[in-house]
Write a protein that binds this ligand. Structure first.
Ligand SMILES: Cc1cc2nc3c(=O)[nH]c(=O)nc-3n(C[C@H](O)[C@H](O)[C@H](O)COP(=O)(O)OP(=O)(O)OC[C@H]3O[C@@H](n4cnc5c(N)ncnc54)[C@H](O)[C@@H]3O)c2cc1C
Length: 569
């Protein structure tokens, strides 16, 4: 939890630069902190301690090492012990575990994991960046050989060897989040048949269900078996060889190996034992300078609680970008600078078998959970570049914004090309407290092979503006099964006959001007087309002719996703 003011630390803040800084955890947050600190202060003695055999390795690359996309293990080593020493004069102790902190003495106890010897190390300032450990539920069989989590280089090396040594053909991935899906991609790359067991009814839990629907469709099309809405009960040894994953429903899934990817938990044991404050989400409490409730101890990365800038609530966000930036902030704070971490908005991307899924900010379900109701949303499905240029591919985009001020709250996108670019633009706008008007006005690169004169980001902003200024009232898709409104489909007859929303009537836009008098004036009309554009034209026409009409944003394409997600019948 980020506390903007931390009275304890402010009162007793030592403005003198510390002479000896110990950093526990030498990967994303810890290594960034160490390197930044050296750039700021040559005189400090910096010691980096990690219980693993490496520091500064690319944990985000591990799934691709399993998949052999990265075939050379040494590519995962971003910086070595020698490099830290030679280039930065930073002392690195690997295979060394910090086991306790004595805050009054200003020491930590460490154990050399190769020799078993323990010793104490003195600090003037201590930085904790121990990360988060994969959750291993206390269920029978989770420790059987062939059941893996993915956190370290040795983990991925073991998975690679297991696949080869056991000629593995099948795998069950438990958990359909980022790491689980990256593992799916890479196990398929290794030609294994993969089943995903996921407790929720959707994969990628941060997404709204209808935005996860195209991803689930894609996974199924690529031959991935999805067992959704079903949790892990136990893992058994199979007669002969291999494993059987038994789901809570009783379903039995055979596998030659099992990947547990059901989330991570901050590694707070050291901090907790030392009496540092732990927040409601289970992470270490820090202030905006990443200082814990002890003024001589900082904490960064997956182990801390941070503030979600959109909801204002505390959250834990195990992502590399925030960990790196927090490491830098802590270094600046130790060096006497007043830099502050400004919180997180959960900007993330994952590639799954050719499809890209990205999101930033709040989801609709997250807002509803937080009790926020003053928001609207628009859906759009534009091409990733101009339609007339060959190869345009659809991006499914959802923009959520607050009403009536138009502040951007979040966006999610799924597609094959240009997805992360759009989400990054919207993420940046959110960081500058931007509104949908800023998106409508954003000046972005355009040439036919890269985008459109009205980029999907501009379009999203324009649609949202139309909602805010009343030009295009939108109907709530979640009411589609309950509404008394007349459902009007303005696509052409052949499109309508290929599939339509139950109870919808068809009056194509091309005939609307000559036949609109057939429509009832005493009933609200919800207008649908393929992606929302013709329905917008129809809505404008009907509104100006005295009808009460609303656009079903995103059209029949969005309806398909809602239906697939079980949100419409
Ligand atoms: C497989 C995988 C894929 C990922 N992909 C992405 C991605 O694509 N994008 C993204 O943004 N994020 C990704 N992440 C998350 C990202 O790697 C983490 O958010 C980030 O590494 C956190 O940094 P950290 O410094 O907090 O912890 P870590 O980088 O995990 O480093 C913690 C280090 O501390 C050491 N340690 C722990 N306790 C002790 C102790 N008591 N004594 C000594 N050493 C200790 C650990 O051994 C570890 O080396 C991925 C993570 C994994 C595991």
């Amino acid at each position: 939890m980020i506390q903007q003011t931390n009275p304890q630390s402010t009162a007793s803040r030592n403005t003198e630069t510390p002479r000896r800084v110990l950093i526990v955890g030498g990967v994303a947050g810890g290594a960034s902190c160490a390197a930044r600190l050296r750039r700021l202060a040559e005189s400090i003695e910096i010691v980096l301690i990690d219980r693993g055999p490496y520091v500064s390795f690319a944990n985000c690359g591990l799934p691709y090492y399993v998949g052999n996309v990265i075939s050379d293990e040494s590519s995962l080593l971003v910086a070595s012990r020698e490099m830290f020493h030679e280039r930065f004069n930073i002392e690195v102790h690997t295979d060394t575990e910090a086991t306790s902190i004595d805050r009054s003495a200003g020491t930590i106890t460490v154990r050399d994991l190769r020799t078993g010897h323990t010793r104490t190390e003195r600090y003037d300032a201590l930085v904790l960046s121990p990360g988060a450990a994969p959750i291993r539920p206390p269920l029978p069989g989770v420790d059987l050989p062939g059941v893996f989590a993915v956190r370290t280089i040795p983990d991925s090396r073991r998975i690679r060897s297991w696949i080869t040594d056991h000629s593995a053909k099948t795998a069950v991935v438990v958990g359909g989040g980022f790491i689980g899906l990256e593992m799916v991609e890479n196990l398929i790359q290794r030609e294994l048949a993969v089943t995903v067991l996921e407790k929720l009814p959707q994969v990628m839990p941060p997404l709204d269900p209808e935005m996860a629907a195209p991803l689930m469709e894609h996974l199924a099309a690529k031959g991935v078996q999805l067992c959704l809405g079903d949790g892990l009960a136990r893992i058994e040894e199979r007669d002969g060889a291999g494993l059987v994953v038994v789901a809570e429903s009783g379903a039995r899934l055979s596998a030659d190996l099992v990947i547990l990817a059901i989330g991570v938990r901050p590694e707070t044991a050291l901090a907790k034992d030392a009496g540092l404050a732990i927040g409601p989400r289970g992470g270490i409490v820090v202030d905006a300078q990443m200082r814990t409730t002890d003024p001589r101890i900082w904490a960064v990365g997956d182990v801390v609680e941070v503030q979600d800038v959109l909801t204002g609530q505390e959250t834990v966000l195990p992502l590399a970008g925030p960990a790196n930036r927090q490491g830098r902030v802590a270094a600046e704070s130790i060096a006497g600078r007043a830099t502050q971490f400004r919180g997180v908005q959960a900007t993330a991307v994952v590639g799954v078998l050719g499809l890209t899924v990205a999101s930033t900010g709040a989801s609709e379900k997250g807002l509803r959970r937080a009790g926020v109701t003053s928001f609207e949303k628009v859906y759009l499905h534009p091409g990733h570049h101009a339609g007339y240029y060959p190869g345009a591919r659809q991006i499914h985009l959802k923009l959520v914004f607050s009403v009536p001020d138009g502040r951007i709250l979040g966006a999610q996108a799924v597609g094959f090309e240009g997805v992360e670019k759009r989400i990054d633009v919207i993420a940046t706008a959110i960081q500058f407290h931007g509104t949908v008007h800023d998106l409508a006005e954003a000046e972005l690169c355009y040439a036919p092979q890269f985008g459109a004169a009205k980029d999907p980001v501009n379009l999203a902003g324009m649609l949202a503006e139309n909602v805010l200024n009343g030009d295009m009232p939108v109907a709530d898709w979640l009411e589609i099964d309950r509404t008394d409104a007349l459902l009007l489909d303005v696509r052409e007859g052949d499109e309508f006959s290929r599939g339509h929303i139950p109870k919808a009537i068809n009056l194509p836009l091309s005939q609307l001007r000559s036949r609109y008098v057939e429509l009832p004036k005493d009933r609200e009309i919800w207008v649908c087309c393929a992606v929302g554009q013709r329905a917008y034209f129809a809505t404008r026409f009907l509104t100006q002719h005295g009808y009460r009409s609303r656009n079903l944003s995103g059209g029949y394409t969005t309806y398909g996703a809602l239906k697939a997600a079980g949100l419409a019948s």
